[in-house]
Design a protein around this ligand. Sequence first.
Ligand code: TMP
Length: 207
Amino acid sequence: MMNGKFISIEGVEGAGKSTQISFIHDYLVEKGKTVVMTREPGGTELSEKIRELLLTPSELAMGVDTELLLMFAARAEHIKQLIAPALARGDWVLCDRFVDATFAYQGGGRGVDQQRIQQLADWTLKDLLPTLTLLFDLPVELGLKRVVERNEAIDRFEQEKVTFFEQIRASYLESALQNPERIKVVDASVSIPEIQQQLTKLLSPLL
Ligand code: TMP
């Protein structure tokens, strides 16, 4: 049962999601919506613990299947405890990454068979998909430069090579081509005000 609207935000590293999520949140609140902001992997106490396992660099190697299953374990918990109840209440859910990230990172980046991911998605999501997915797109090199400039600790994914992120970007763009109604590409290489102009235009049909 979904009365509220579900918006997910996607993109390669350094696409400026964090800044823009705050902007979208404030914009929707200004329009009178009750907005729940959350993220994946994470969003509940248990899913945040799974996030730590997934993102903290460690000398313990993590197999690709383990990574994939942990993403879906965190997601199953997140949907059950937070996303589904919020949508049923009629709230809007603004989620920093959702299932498209798994198709892009574990599928495109790690090479997991897309059908295997789809099976897990069918099981975990049932029919739940975002109403709108905003894909922040920019050249990989530019995004990675921003990550370095942020001067924060580098997580397990950010340690990967440029080719890994090129595959992720290609996979995201392919998903956008396959799902043009739901996934809208935002040019994240332009200035912040220009990005925000694109966002208000894309959000307006939902209001
Ligand atoms: P972020 O909060 O900086 O976006 O970090 C989350 C990281 O987790 C990011 O590198 C993408 C990765 N990720 C996946 O690999 N698969 C997924 O399904 C999700 C949600 C995130």
